[in-house]
Ligand binder design. Structure first.
Ligand SMILES: Cc1ncc(COP(=O)(O)O)c(C=O)c1O
Length: 325
C-alpha cells in the first residue's frame, strides 16, 4: 500500500506557550500527517485501510458526529484507495467548523446517512453491511473514531516514532504527554507505545466526550488489545485522565479552551473547539499545577480546507441540517 501517513511528523518547541507557562511545552505536529487531510485519524487509517486492502474490501462503513474528523478522513483516504465510503452521522452542536467538516465529507461523494443519535447510527451501519453483503459486496465497518485495537495500534507506532525522534534531535524525554480523549484510540495507542518503549513519561488523555464514550476501563482494555495484537507482554501503564476540560459537554466551547486557543495561536497552532482546544486547556491546567516538560499531541488536521469543499455550497438538505443541533 502506498504510504498514507507522511511521517515522522515534526517535533517542535512551542516557544510562546513555554514562556507563558514557565516550562517547556513541545508539540508533536500530527496535524501534518497528510497534506490533503491529516490529524490523528490518518495514523489509525494506516493499519485499518491496509487490512481492508488485504481482505479485498469494497466498501468502508463508519459513523461519527456530524462534524466528525474521522468520517472526513475516512471519506478522503479510503476513497483515494478506490473504496466506496458510507457514513452514518449523529447530531453535534452547530459551529462553523462542524458545518465545514460535514460539507467536506459530503463533497467527497461519501454516502451520508443522517441519524437521530449515535446508537441509531451504529444500527444503520449494521443494516447497511447486511444489505451490501446481500449484493455480493465486501463491506468493512470501521468503528467510531477508528478506535479498535488495529486503529489504535497506529498510535503505538506514533509513540515509537516520537521516542526515536527525541533521541535523534537530542531532546530530553517529556515528563508528561497530553492528547485529547474522544473515543480512546489515540490515548490507548500512545499508552501501548509507552509500555513497549519503556520511556516517554506520563501519558494523559484530556476528556472531551462524555465519560461513557471512553471510560478508563475501556481505554485499559484497548491498551491490552493493542499490546496483544503486537504480541507484546508489556503491562498497561497507568491510565491518567484529566476530567476538568469537558465543560458543558461534547462540542460545547469553554472559556479555558478559548484561552488555550489564543495561547497556542501565538505559536501558529490552530485548535478546534471540540477536541484540541480542550486538550490544550487540560495541558495548561496540568502545567500550572506542576511545571514540568510537556508534550502536546496536536491531532487536528492543519491541511487547507478550501480544496476539500465544494466551490458553490448548496443548502443542506433538511435531514443533514438537522444534524447541526
Ligand atoms: C482532532 C481530534 N483530536 C483528537 C481526537 C480524539 O481521538 P480519539 O477518538 O482517538 O480519542 C479526535 C477524535 O475524533 C479528533 O477529531
Amino acid at each position: 500500500m502506498p504510504d498514507l501517513a507522511v511521517t515522522p511528523t515534526p517535533l517542535v518547541l512551542a516557544e510562546a506557550v513555554s514562556r507563558a507557562l514557565g516550562c517547556e511545552v513541545w508539540i508533536k505536529r500530527d496535524d501534518q500527517t497528510h497534506p490533503r487531510y491529516g490529524g490523528n485519524k490518518v495514523r489509525k487509517l494506516v493499519p485499518l485501510l491496509a487490512a481492508a486492502r488485504a481482505a479485498g474490501v469494497t466498501d468502508v462503513l463508519t459513523a461519527g458526529a456530524a462534524g466528525s474528523h474521522h468520517v472526513l478522513a475516512t471519506a478522503i483516504h479510503a476513497a483515494a484507495m478506490g473504496l466506496r465510503v458510507e457514513a452514518a452521522l449523529a447530531p453535534q452542536p452547530a459551529s462553523e467548523h462542524v458545518e465545514e467538516m460535514l460539507r467536506a465529507s459530503l463533497a467527497q461523494a461519501a454516502t451520508i446517512h443522517p441519524c437521530a443519535s449515535l446508537p441509531g447510527a451504529l444500527a444503520t451501519l449494521a443494516l447497511r453491511a447486511v444489505a451490501l453483503r446481500a449484493q455480493g459486496r465486501r463491506p468493512m465497518i470501521i468503528p467510531v473514531g477508528g478506535s479498535n485495537a488495529l486503529g489504535a495500534s497506529g498510535y503505538l507506532d506514533a509513540q515509537r516514532e516520537l521516542l526515536g525522534q527525541l533521541a535523534a534531535q537530542g531532546v530530553p524525554s517529556p515528563d508528561v504527554q497530553v492528547c485529547a480523549l474522544g473515543s480512546g484510540g489515540t490515548l490507548a495507542g500512545l499508552l501501548a507505545g509507552r509500555a513497549v518503549g519503556g520511556r516517554g513519561g506520563e501519558v494523559w488523555g484530556v476528556r472531551v466526550t462524555p465519560p461513557i464514550a471512553a471510560p478508563a476501563i475501556r481505554v485499559r482494555a484497548l491498551v491490552r488489545a493493542v499490546l496483544a495484537l503486537r504480541a507484546s507482554g508489556a503491562g498497561c501503564p497507568e491510565v491518567r485522565i484529566f476530567e476538568g476540560a469537558l465543560g458543558g459537554g461534547y462540542g460545547r466551547p469553554t472559556d479555558d479552551a478559548r484561552r488555550a486557543q489564543e495561547l497556542f495561536s501565538r505559536d501558529g497552532i490552530t485548535l478546534d473547539d471540540t477536541y484540541t482546544a480542550k486538550a490544550a486547556a487540560g495541558l495548561v491546567a496540568l502545567a500550572r499545577r506542576t511545571p514540568r516538560r510537556y508534550l502536546f499531541w496536536h491531532t487536528l488536521s492543519s491541511a487547507p480546507m478550501g480544496p476539500l469543499l465544494p466551490s458553490s455550497p448548496a443548502a443542506l438538505a433538511p435531514g443533514l441540517r438537522a444534524l447541526l443541533a
